[in-house]
Design a protein around this ligand. Structure first.
Ligand code: ZN
Length: 180
C-alpha cells in the first residue's frame, strides 16, 4: 500500500533510528511560539527548535485568538504542575508571536475575497477578517497587545512580536518581550 504518507513514513523510520526520547517537562528554551501554519515557515527549521525546546501553536496567520489564549493558560498551568509549584517566582516564560510576509491570509483583507471565502466555507466573515495578516508588522504588534491584555495570561509570562521574511529567511523582532 502506498499513500502520500509513504515517503514521509520512510523519513520517520530514519528519524526513529537515531531517536532519544525527551521526558515530559518544562520547555528547555522557556519559549512558547505562536505562528502561522504556512508550510514554508516551520519554526523547528527556521529557529532550530529540537524536541523538548518549545511548544508551538499554529493557526492561519499565527493570530492570537481566544482558543490560542486558552492554550497558553493551560500550558502555564501544566508547566506549574510539572515544576511542582516552583515555576511561579523564578522562571519567566516568553511567548513569541511570529507573523510572516506573503501570508496566505493576506487575501482576506479584501472584502470581496472574504465574502467568497465565507460563502464557500461557511466560516463567519468576521472570523476570516480577524485572521487576516496584510501587514505582519502591524498585526503582530496588535496580537502582542491582545495577549498581554488578556486576563487569562498568567503572571510572569512575557510576550514578544516578530516578523519572518519569506524572501530572506530572517526573523526580525518588532516588539521586545514585555512581562506582566
Ligand atoms: Zn501565513
Amino acid at each position: 500500500m502506498t499513500s502520500r504518507m509513504t515517503p514521509l513514513l520512510e523519513h520517520n523510520e530514519q528519524f526513529a533510528r537515531a531517536y532519544t526520547p525527551v521526558p515530559l517537562g518544562l520547555p528547555a528554551a522557556q519559549v512558547i511560539v505562536i505562528t502561522c501554519l504556512d508550510h514554508r515557515i516551520d519554526p523547528a527549521i527556521t529557529l532550530g527548535l529540537r524536541p523538548g525546546d518549545a511548544p508551538v501553536l499554529r493557526n492561519a496567520g499565527g493570530r492570537v485568538t481566544q482558543p490560542v489564549i486558552e492554550e497558553i493558560a493551560y500550558l502555564a498551568f501544566l508547566g506549574g504542575r510539572l515544576a511542582g509549584g516552583q515555576i511561579a517566582g523564578g522562571s519567566r516564560v516568553e511567548v513569541a508571536i511570529i507573523h510572516h510576509t506573503q501570508c496566505g491570509t493576506g487575501f482576506l483583507a479584501d472584502p470581496g475575497f472574504r465574502r467568497e471565502a465565507s460563502a464557500a466555507t461557511g466560516v463567519d466573515e468576521a472570523a476570516l477578517a480577524a485572521s487576516a495578516v496584510g501587514d505582519p508588522h502591524a498585526t503582530v504588534a496588535a496580537d502582542v497587545d491582545r495577549l498581554l491584555s488578556s486576563p487569562l495570561l498568567p503572571p510572569g509570562m512575557g510576550v514578544s512580536g516578530h516578523v519572518y521574511d519569506i524572501e530572506t529567511g530572517r526573523v526580525t523582532t518588532v516588539v521586545d518581550a514585555r512581562y506582566r
